[in-house]
Design a binder for this molecule. Sequence first.
Ligand SMILES: NC(=O)c1ccc[n+]([C@@H]2O[C@H](COP(=O)([O-])OP(=O)(O)OC[C@H]3O[C@@H](n4cnc5c(N)ncnc54)[C@H](OP(=O)(O)O)[C@@H]3O)[C@@H](O)[C@H]2O)c1
Length: 267
Amino acid sequence: MKLKMSIYRNAVWFMKGLQEYTKGGYEAAAKHFVAADLEVNLSGRDFMITGANSGIGKATAFEIAKRERPCSPAGHVQPQAGVGVCAAFPGEPQPACPGTYILTTALIPALKKSQDPRVITVSSGGMLVQKLNVDDLQFEKGTFDGTMAYAQNKRQQVILTERWAGQHKEIHFSSMHPGWADTPAVRSAMPDFHQKMKNRLRTEAQGADTVLWLAVAASAVKNPSGLFYQDRKAVSTHLPLAATRSTPAEEERLQSALEQLAQRFKP
Ligand SMILES: NC(=O)c1ccc[n+]([C@@H]2O[C@H](COP(=O)([O-])OP(=O)(O)OC[C@H]3O[C@@H](n4cnc5c(N)ncnc54)[C@H](OP(=O)(O)O)[C@@H]3O)[C@@H](O)[C@H]2O)c1
Protein backbone atom coordinates (compact mmCIF):
# COMPACT_ATOMS: atom_id res chain seq x y z
CA MET A 1 0.00 0.00 0.00
CA LYS A 2 2.82 2.40 1.00
CA LEU A 3 4.70 1.56 -2.20
CA LYS A 4 1.57 2.00 -4.36
CA MET A 5 0.90 5.40 -2.76
CA SER A 6 4.48 6.44 -3.33
CA ILE A 7 4.28 5.43 -7.02
CA TYR A 8 0.98 7.30 -7.35
CA ARG A 9 2.31 10.47 -5.73
CA ASN A 10 5.52 10.46 -7.76
CA ALA A 11 3.71 9.85 -11.07
CA VAL A 12 1.11 12.58 -10.47
CA TRP A 13 3.80 14.97 -9.28
CA PHE A 14 6.08 14.38 -12.26
CA MET A 15 3.25 14.90 -14.75
CA LYS A 16 2.36 18.13 -12.95
CA GLY A 17 6.01 19.14 -13.02
CA LEU A 18 6.34 18.61 -16.76
CA GLN A 19 3.41 20.93 -17.29
CA GLU A 20 3.99 23.56 -14.63
CA TYR A 21 7.58 23.49 -13.29
CA THR A 22 9.40 23.79 -16.61
CA LYS A 23 10.35 26.89 -18.58
CA GLY A 24 7.13 26.41 -20.59
CA GLY A 25 5.15 26.34 -17.35
CA TYR A 26 6.76 29.60 -16.25
CA GLU A 27 6.10 31.29 -19.60
CA ALA A 28 2.43 30.26 -19.53
CA ALA A 29 2.04 31.53 -15.94
CA ALA A 30 3.93 34.74 -16.69
CA LYS A 31 1.23 35.83 -19.18
CA HIS A 32 -0.88 36.63 -16.11
CA PHE A 33 1.80 38.45 -14.13
CA VAL A 34 1.35 42.16 -13.39
CA ALA A 35 4.62 43.76 -14.53
CA ALA A 36 4.10 46.80 -12.28
CA ASP A 37 4.27 44.56 -9.19
CA LEU A 38 8.06 44.47 -9.51
CA GLU A 39 8.49 48.13 -10.51
CA VAL A 40 9.50 49.23 -7.05
CA ASN A 41 12.27 51.33 -5.57
CA LEU A 42 13.82 49.37 -2.74
CA SER A 43 16.16 52.11 -1.48
CA GLY A 44 16.21 52.08 2.28
CA ARG A 45 14.76 48.59 2.50
CA ASP A 46 16.82 45.80 4.03
CA PHE A 47 16.99 42.19 2.89
CA MET A 48 18.72 39.11 4.11
CA ILE A 49 19.17 36.36 1.54
CA THR A 50 20.71 33.00 2.36
CA GLY A 51 22.47 30.95 -0.34
CA ALA A 52 23.04 34.14 -2.31
CA ASN A 53 26.32 33.21 -3.97
CA SER A 54 24.69 30.78 -6.38
CA GLY A 55 21.53 29.80 -8.25
CA ILE A 56 18.17 31.13 -7.17
CA GLY A 57 19.54 33.02 -4.15
CA LYS A 58 22.05 34.85 -6.34
CA ALA A 59 19.44 35.68 -8.98
CA THR A 60 17.18 37.06 -6.22
CA ALA A 61 20.02 39.20 -4.85
CA PHE A 62 20.72 40.65 -8.32
CA GLU A 63 17.06 41.49 -8.90
CA ILE A 64 16.80 43.18 -5.51
CA ALA A 65 20.05 45.11 -6.06
CA LYS A 66 18.74 46.38 -9.43
CA ARG A 67 15.83 47.96 -7.62
CA GLU A 68 17.87 49.77 -4.99
CA ARG A 69 18.34 53.31 -6.27
CA PRO A 70 20.61 54.98 -5.31
CA CYS A 71 22.94 52.27 -4.02
CA SER A 72 23.65 52.38 -0.32
CA PRO A 73 27.38 52.37 0.52
CA ALA A 74 26.90 49.62 3.07
CA GLY A 75 25.58 46.19 2.19
CA HIS A 76 22.02 45.66 3.37
CA VAL A 77 22.07 42.74 5.73
CA GLN A 78 19.29 43.52 8.11
CA PRO A 79 16.19 41.48 8.58
CA GLN A 80 13.30 43.14 6.88
CA ALA A 81 12.47 40.80 4.10
CA GLY A 82 14.13 37.49 4.85
CA VAL A 83 14.56 35.03 2.03
CA GLY A 84 15.31 31.60 3.44
CA VAL A 85 17.02 29.23 1.05
CA CYS A 86 17.63 25.89 2.74
CA ALA A 87 19.94 24.36 0.21
CA ALA A 88 20.41 20.67 0.85
CA PHE A 89 19.86 18.47 -2.19
CA PRO A 90 18.99 14.82 -2.88
CA GLY A 91 21.93 12.55 -2.18
CA GLU A 92 23.32 14.50 0.74
CA PRO A 93 22.70 13.20 4.27
CA GLN A 94 20.44 15.83 5.78
CA PRO A 95 18.91 16.00 9.23
CA ALA A 96 15.55 17.64 9.81
CA CYS A 97 15.90 21.14 8.44
CA PRO A 98 17.17 22.99 11.55
CA GLY A 99 18.87 25.76 9.54
CA THR A 100 15.60 27.27 8.41
CA TYR A 101 14.20 26.93 11.91
CA ILE A 102 17.16 28.43 13.77
CA LEU A 103 17.67 31.35 11.41
CA THR A 104 14.01 32.27 11.16
CA THR A 105 13.22 32.00 14.86
CA ALA A 106 16.36 33.97 15.75
CA LEU A 107 15.21 36.80 13.48
CA ILE A 108 11.63 36.96 14.67
CA PRO A 109 12.17 39.58 17.44
CA ALA A 110 13.99 41.92 15.03
CA LEU A 111 11.44 41.30 12.28
CA LYS A 112 8.64 42.30 14.64
CA LYS A 113 10.25 45.71 15.07
CA SER A 114 10.59 46.22 11.29
CA GLN A 115 8.26 47.82 8.82
CA ASP A 116 6.61 45.40 6.36
CA PRO A 117 8.50 42.32 7.62
CA ARG A 118 8.36 39.29 5.33
CA VAL A 119 9.93 35.84 5.49
CA ILE A 120 10.08 33.76 2.34
CA THR A 121 11.23 30.18 2.62
CA VAL A 122 12.29 28.50 -0.59
CA SER A 123 10.80 25.04 -0.36
CA SER A 124 10.16 22.75 -3.32
CA GLY A 125 7.24 21.19 -5.16
CA GLY A 126 9.06 17.94 -4.36
CA MET A 127 7.51 18.15 -0.89
CA LEU A 128 4.16 17.22 -2.44
CA VAL A 129 5.22 13.56 -2.52
CA GLN A 130 5.84 13.42 1.24
CA LYS A 131 3.63 13.36 4.30
CA LEU A 132 5.29 14.75 7.41
CA ASN A 133 6.97 11.91 9.30
CA VAL A 134 7.56 13.01 12.88
CA ASP A 135 8.57 9.53 13.97
CA ASP A 136 11.88 9.69 12.12
CA LEU A 137 12.94 13.32 11.85
CA GLN A 138 16.63 12.43 11.61
CA PHE A 139 16.14 9.71 8.96
CA GLU A 140 17.62 7.06 11.22
CA LYS A 141 15.16 4.29 10.39
CA GLY A 142 15.56 2.11 7.28
CA THR A 143 17.84 2.83 4.35
CA PHE A 144 18.69 6.50 3.82
CA ASP A 145 17.06 7.90 0.68
CA GLY A 146 18.36 11.37 -0.18
CA THR A 147 15.46 12.30 -2.46
CA MET A 148 12.93 11.31 0.18
CA ALA A 149 14.84 13.19 2.90
CA TYR A 150 14.99 16.31 0.71
CA ALA A 151 11.24 16.20 0.08
CA GLN A 152 10.56 15.57 3.77
CA ASN A 153 12.64 18.63 4.72
CA LYS A 154 10.79 20.71 2.18
CA ARG A 155 7.45 19.50 3.59
CA GLN A 156 8.67 20.56 7.04
CA GLN A 157 9.45 24.06 5.76
CA VAL A 158 5.92 24.45 4.38
CA ILE A 159 4.38 23.31 7.68
CA LEU A 160 6.65 25.58 9.73
CA THR A 161 5.67 28.51 7.52
CA GLU A 162 2.00 27.83 8.19
CA ARG A 163 2.60 27.55 11.94
CA TRP A 164 4.75 30.67 12.18
CA ALA A 165 2.08 32.60 10.30
CA GLY A 166 -0.44 31.61 12.95
CA GLN A 167 1.93 32.42 15.81
CA HIS A 168 3.46 35.70 14.64
CA LYS A 169 0.75 37.82 13.06
CA GLU A 170 2.99 40.89 12.68
CA ILE A 171 5.18 39.11 10.11
CA HIS A 172 4.14 37.95 6.64
CA PHE A 173 5.39 34.41 6.01
CA SER A 174 5.36 32.53 2.72
CA SER A 175 6.90 29.36 1.35
CA MET A 176 7.34 28.75 -2.34
CA HIS A 177 8.41 26.44 -5.14
CA PRO A 178 10.75 27.99 -7.74
CA GLY A 179 9.95 25.41 -10.43
CA TRP A 180 12.73 23.35 -12.02
CA ALA A 181 15.58 25.80 -12.60
CA ASP A 182 18.97 25.15 -14.15
CA THR A 183 21.26 25.83 -11.17
CA PRO A 184 24.61 24.41 -10.03
CA ALA A 185 22.76 22.30 -7.44
CA VAL A 186 20.56 20.61 -10.03
CA ARG A 187 23.54 20.05 -12.30
CA SER A 188 25.68 18.46 -9.59
CA ALA A 189 23.15 16.70 -7.34
CA MET A 190 20.77 15.46 -10.04
CA PRO A 191 22.94 14.92 -13.16
CA ASP A 192 20.56 12.43 -14.84
CA PHE A 193 17.54 14.69 -14.32
CA HIS A 194 19.55 17.64 -15.58
CA GLN A 195 20.72 15.77 -18.67
CA LYS A 196 17.17 14.72 -19.60
CA MET A 197 15.52 18.03 -18.79
CA LYS A 198 18.17 20.63 -19.55
CA ASN A 199 16.31 22.15 -22.51
CA ARG A 200 13.14 22.52 -20.49
CA LEU A 201 14.56 23.93 -17.25
CA ARG A 202 13.86 27.47 -16.10
CA THR A 203 16.59 30.06 -15.91
CA GLU A 204 17.80 31.03 -12.45
CA ALA A 205 15.97 34.36 -12.80
CA GLN A 206 12.71 32.56 -13.64
CA GLY A 207 13.21 30.37 -10.58
CA ALA A 208 13.78 33.49 -8.48
CA ASP A 209 10.77 35.40 -9.83
CA THR A 210 8.28 34.37 -7.17
CA VAL A 211 10.83 34.85 -4.36
CA LEU A 212 11.33 38.40 -5.57
CA TRP A 213 7.60 39.00 -5.97
CA LEU A 214 6.91 37.74 -2.46
CA ALA A 215 9.71 39.89 -1.06
CA VAL A 216 8.88 43.20 -2.76
CA ALA A 217 5.40 43.34 -4.30
CA ALA A 218 2.75 45.27 -2.39
CA SER A 219 0.14 42.82 -3.68
CA ALA A 220 1.94 39.81 -2.18
CA VAL A 221 1.20 40.88 1.38
CA LYS A 222 -2.46 41.43 0.61
CA ASN A 223 -2.75 37.62 0.58
CA PRO A 224 -2.96 35.88 3.95
CA SER A 225 0.29 34.92 5.67
CA GLY A 226 1.50 31.29 5.65
CA LEU A 227 0.66 30.23 2.10
CA PHE A 228 2.68 28.18 -0.40
CA TYR A 229 3.34 29.82 -3.79
CA GLN A 230 4.20 28.88 -7.32
CA ASP A 231 4.49 31.48 -10.05
CA ARG A 232 3.10 34.31 -7.90
CA LYS A 233 -0.01 32.33 -6.94
CA ALA A 234 -0.90 30.57 -3.72
CA VAL A 235 -1.31 26.88 -4.56
CA SER A 236 -2.32 23.72 -2.75
CA THR A 237 0.19 22.03 -0.48
CA HIS A 238 -1.23 18.60 -1.33
CA LEU A 239 -1.74 16.56 -4.48
CA PRO A 240 -5.26 15.20 -4.98
CA LEU A 241 -5.93 11.92 -3.10
CA ALA A 242 -2.30 11.75 -1.93
CA ALA A 243 -3.02 11.35 1.81
CA THR A 244 -0.23 13.75 2.77
CA ARG A 245 -2.10 15.83 5.36
CA SER A 246 -0.65 15.81 8.87
CA THR A 247 -2.51 16.41 12.12
CA PRO A 248 -2.03 19.52 14.30
CA ALA A 249 -0.50 17.21 16.94
CA GLU A 250 2.12 15.94 14.47
CA GLU A 251 2.92 19.49 13.42
CA GLU A 252 3.26 20.55 17.03
CA ARG A 253 5.69 17.65 17.57
CA LEU A 254 7.75 18.81 14.59
CA GLN A 255 8.03 22.32 15.96
CA SER A 256 8.90 21.11 19.47
CA ALA A 257 11.56 18.73 18.14
CA LEU A 258 13.14 21.50 16.08
CA GLU A 259 13.06 23.85 19.05
CA GLN A 260 14.86 21.22 21.14
CA LEU A 261 17.45 20.74 18.38
CA ALA A 262 17.84 24.51 18.02
CA GLN A 263 18.57 24.92 21.73
CA ARG A 264 21.91 23.17 21.14
CA PHE A 265 22.99 25.98 18.80
CA LYS A 266 21.71 28.94 20.80
CA PRO A 267 24.18 30.95 22.88
N1 LIG B 1 16.90 24.59 -8.75
C1 LIG B 1 15.73 24.00 -8.67
O1 LIG B 1 15.21 23.46 -9.66
C2 LIG B 1 15.02 23.95 -7.36
C3 LIG B 1 13.78 23.32 -7.32
C4 LIG B 1 13.09 23.31 -6.11
C5 LIG B 1 13.63 23.92 -5.01
N2 LIG B 1 14.85 24.50 -5.08
C6 LIG B 1 15.37 25.12 -3.87
O2 LIG B 1 15.95 26.37 -4.17
C7 LIG B 1 16.98 26.65 -3.23
C8 LIG B 1 18.21 27.16 -3.95
O3 LIG B 1 18.69 26.12 -4.76
P1 LIG B 1 19.56 26.37 -6.07
O4 LIG B 1 19.03 25.40 -7.06
O5 LIG B 1 19.63 27.81 -6.38
O6 LIG B 1 20.96 25.80 -5.56
P2 LIG B 1 22.47 26.35 -5.69
O7 LIG B 1 22.67 27.03 -6.98
O8 LIG B 1 23.34 25.21 -5.36
O9 LIG B 1 22.56 27.42 -4.52
C9 LIG B 1 22.52 26.99 -3.20
C10 LIG B 1 23.12 28.07 -2.33
O10 LIG B 1 22.97 27.69 -0.96
C11 LIG B 1 24.24 27.70 -0.32
N3 LIG B 1 24.31 26.58 0.64
C12 LIG B 1 24.35 25.26 0.38
N4 LIG B 1 24.41 24.56 1.51
C13 LIG B 1 24.40 25.46 2.51
C14 LIG B 1 24.46 25.35 3.91
N5 LIG B 1 24.51 24.17 4.50
N6 LIG B 1 24.45 26.49 4.64
C15 LIG B 1 24.38 27.69 4.03
N7 LIG B 1 24.33 27.86 2.70
C16 LIG B 1 24.34 26.75 1.95
C17 LIG B 1 25.23 27.51 -1.43
O11 LIG B 1 26.46 28.06 -1.02
P3 LIG B 1 27.85 27.42 -1.60
O12 LIG B 1 27.84 27.69 -3.05
O13 LIG B 1 28.86 28.15 -0.82
O14 LIG B 1 27.76 25.95 -1.27
C18 LIG B 1 24.59 28.29 -2.55
O15 LIG B 1 24.84 29.67 -2.42
C19 LIG B 1 17.18 25.38 -2.42
O16 LIG B 1 16.50 25.51 -1.21
C20 LIG B 1 16.51 24.32 -3.26
O17 LIG B 1 16.05 23.26 -2.48
C21 LIG B 1 15.56 24.54 -6.22
